[in-house]
Design a protein around this ligand. Structure first.
Ligand SMILES: *Cc1c(COP(=O)(O)O)cnc(C)c1O
Length: 248
């Protein structure tokens, strides 16, 4: 998929529209925090630029966001040369093990979708072998906290083993916390149960491993309020910022 065919390039909204959207998302975040007694500064918004052209990243950067989320390594790699050097790239989609080295070589800041021992090992080894002097790679362990057969991620029951593996065998990875994707369901209570499961899982891991594990990445455009209520520290927002994506 070269830049020329660009199947992932939907027509972009204007910067003004983006900026209005961003204000609305910030307001939603403030209201959600106020409703549960949290401070808005505790939660960061990760703009999700997947399926949008590099302009989406430029908009996010201009508005003041410091990171963007991408689903696929290859798509991010195409945009990186067109984007400001200071922006941090976070992978939020499933990572195939043959792409792990590429993530490391392209200097992704964090992989939110670290979902198996195999991928943790590949990332750790790629860092050791290819970028021995680089900073450690940040990761979140992706947990299938909604037990959704359509989602990647370790089972809740396997979270402790995955954490243990990361700590014992992956010295080049820094585990910042956990990530989950809620099952698609019109009833937002389903998403909220998933988020509650992730919060409880993180609480148990903090106790068992004596680690801060500060980050909980959960909640998207439709369910961010529920995620905030359950303790999200990162919400991943695509549609509410950039408009509808083309379906793939
Ligand atoms: C696409 C995507 C998002 C953003 O979803 P929206 O509903 O457009 O906000 C968040 N997280 C992940 C993992 C995604 O793939």
């Amino acid at each position: 998929m070269g830049m020329h065919s660009a199947p992932n390039c939907t027509i972009m909204i204007s910067y003004q529209e983006f900026s209005d959207n961003a204000k609305r998302v910030c307001e939603r975040l403030q209201n959600a925090c106020a409703a549960c007694g949290r401070k808005a500064e505790e939660v960061s918004i990760l703009p999700v630029t997947k399926f949008h052209p590099a302009d989406a990243v430029l908009y996010a950067s201009k508005y003041g966001f410091s990171s963007v989320g991408e689903n696929r390594v290859q798509e991010a790699e195409q945009k990186m040369p067109l984007c400001p050097a200071g922006i941090k790239w976070e992978l939020i989609g499933h990572l195939q093990s043959n792409k792990a080295a590429s993530v490391v070589e392209h200097g992704f800041y964090r992989v939110q979708s670290a979902d198996s021992e195999k991928i943790l090992k590949k990332l750790n080894d790629a860092l050791e072998n290819r970028r021995p002097n680089a900073d450690n790679l940040h990761v979140l362990l992706q947990i299938n906290a909604g037990a959704d057969p359509a989602k990647f991620g370790a089972d809740l029951s396997g979270a402790s083993a995955l954490m243990d593996y990361a700590l014992s065998s992956c010295p080049r990875l820094a585990v910042d916390g956990l990530m989950t994707i809620a099952p698609l369901d019109e009833n937002l209570d389903v998403a909220e149960r998933c988020f509650e499961n992730l919060r409880r899982c993180a609480e148990a891991l903090r106790t068992d491993f004596g680690l801060p594990l500060p980050e909980l990445s959960m909640g998207m455009s439709a369910d961010m309020e529920r995620a905030v209520r359950q303790g999200a520290t990162i919400i991943r927002i695509g549609t509410a910022l950039f408009g509808e994506r083309e379906k793939h």
